[in-house]
Design a protein around this ligand. Structure first.
Ligand code: NAD
Length: 427
């Protein structure tokens, strides 16, 4: 791709991120209105309280020095320290980081954690960097943001293209700066450095709990139900496995290159075995269909677990599923949410459905603070309690107010933050 192509792609992505931010603001505004908070509250919560941009010189393996740009957004810390992942991606931009920080605040509110939302990002392409370059970049980022982060200020975690090794380097750098070990500075760590059992599968576990609760409301038995999962990465592949193990028929899966569909059910264990570390598997098959075709296939439960803007005004009328559970961030537009809800589809929004990850990150931080570690069973039991309660709270708000589940989730998520702002006397 030439320089113009790369620039156009960057502008498209920035526009998409701006749209994401403004649609988040629209729903937050509506939620605060319905909760009876003033417009000043919306003015405060429509953007992060803090947004730090950092420039980091990093020595590359060929001897050159490259300057990287990174961000850390802290949406609101009225409830407690902020919390949220750091993504490494060539198309990260500040609008995206801001929107993601706001979603983290909402998620933390929905599952009732003592946190506000934060998010970080570095413009880089980790797929083209060596381990040494990634380590130097991760450490440089911690040094650059060290003044505003910490176990009681803002706690990072993994996100797109960052993993437990990167968290380990970041933890080590932070501990060296502070001159004492600070495992509670970051979550998603390797187990030997104070990570939590169950963290890796937590998002998919949470989505599975939401699917089960939604199915109860719709009178659908998960055992025997047909499920389509878009995306076969960390979230999508574990979810397909959990659904398969629960007796559901996973009839469709996909990745960035195409989709597989079989009304008789796919061999999920075989596909898991053959997928690569980027979540690609469909390239091994000839009989693929497109992602867009997959979304419109017959199924009871549809789980978008890949990227944003997949269910839009163009295909919302053709979705056959009676339950849509958003494992991905932002896969359904606001117009499509309205269409699906009017058609009687039960849509479980991203801020609720994918909150299992931050919930187990919170458990990791609690274990670090107390220095006492739980078994995977204990973690899963606690996650179950939190998510069942969160799902039913949001569902009840949507039923009693006669509103869609997204608005209900935003109301549940914004309430605690807004009340904390009032009690602190900020407004
Ligand atoms: P991942 O990078 O592990 O996997 C992404 C998957 O989506 C891959 O299979 C990839 O091939 C596929 N994909 C990429 N582009 C696609 C396209 N254009 N069409 C169809 N498929 C495409 O990512 P992940 O961690 O599984 O995250 C997936 C989504 O879930 C993201 O929106 C992420 O923000 C959200 N999420 C993940 C977590 C988590 O803990 N992993 C937590 C909260 C939210």
């Amino acid at each position: 791709m030439g320089a113009t192509g790369v620039n156009n792609q960057k502008i498209d992505k920035e526009q998409e991120s701006l749209n994401l931010l403004s649609s988040t603001q629209v729903v937050i505004h509506e939620a605060l209105n319905k909760l009876g908070f003033s417009d000043e509250m919306y003015e405060l919560l429509k953007e992060p309280l803090r947004m730090l941009t950092v420039r980091m010189p990093v020595k590359m393996d060929d001897g050159s020095v490259k300057i990287f740009t990174g961000y850390r957004a802290q949406h609101n810390d009225a409830v407690g320290p902020t919390k949220g992942g750091v993504r490494f991606h060539p198309e990260v931009n500040e609008h995206e980081v801001k929107a993601l920080a706001m979603w983290m605040s909402l998620k933390c509110g929905i599952v009732d954690l003592p946190y506000g939302g934060g998010k970080g990002g570095i413009i880089c392409d980790p797929r083209t960097m060596s381990m040494g370059e990634l380590e130097r970049l991760s450490r440089a980022y911690v040094r650059a943001i060290s003044q505003i982060v910490g176990p009681t200020k803002d706690i990072p975690a993994p996100d797109v293209y960052t993993n437990s090794q990167i968290m380990a380097w970041m933890l080590d750098e932070y501990s060296m700066l502070r001159e004492y070990d600070s495992p509670g500075f970051i979550t998603g760590k390797p187990l030997v450095l104070g990570g939590s059992q169950g963290r890796e599968k937590a998002t998919a576990q949470g989505v599975t709990i939401c699917i089960r609760e939604a199915a109860k409301k719709k009178g659908i038995n998960v055992e025997g139900a047909s499920v389509v999962v878009q995306g076969f990465g960390n979230a999508g592949s574990f979810l397909a496995k959990f659904m398969h193990d629960a007796g559901a028929k996973v009839v469709g899966i996909s990745d960035a290159y195409g989709a597989l569909y079989d009304p008789e059910g796919l061999d999920i264990d075989y596909l898991l075995d053959r997928r690569d570390s980027f979540g690609t598997v469909t390239t091994l098959f000839d009989n693929t269909i497109t992602n867009q075709e997959l979304l419109e296939k017959e199924c009871d439960i549809l789980v978008p677990a890949a990227i944003t803007n997949q269910i839009t005004i163009d295909n919302a009328h053709n979705i056959k599923a009676s339950i849509v559970v958003e494992a991905a961030n932002g896969p359904t537009t606001l117009e499509a949410t309205k269409i699906l809800t009017e058609r009687g589809v039960l849509l479980v929004p991203d801020v609720l459905a994918s909150s299992g990850g931050v919930t187990v990150s919170y458990f990791e931080w609690v274990q670090n603070n107390q220095g006492y570690y739980w078994t995977e069973e204990e973690v899963n039991e606690k996650l179950e309690l939190v998510l069942v309660q969160a799902f039913n709270n949001v569902y009840q708000i949507s039923q009693t107010r006669n509103i869609d589940m997204r608005l209900a989730a935003y109301m549940a998520g914004a309430r605690k933050m807004a009340e904390a702002v009032k009690f602190r006397g900020w407004l």
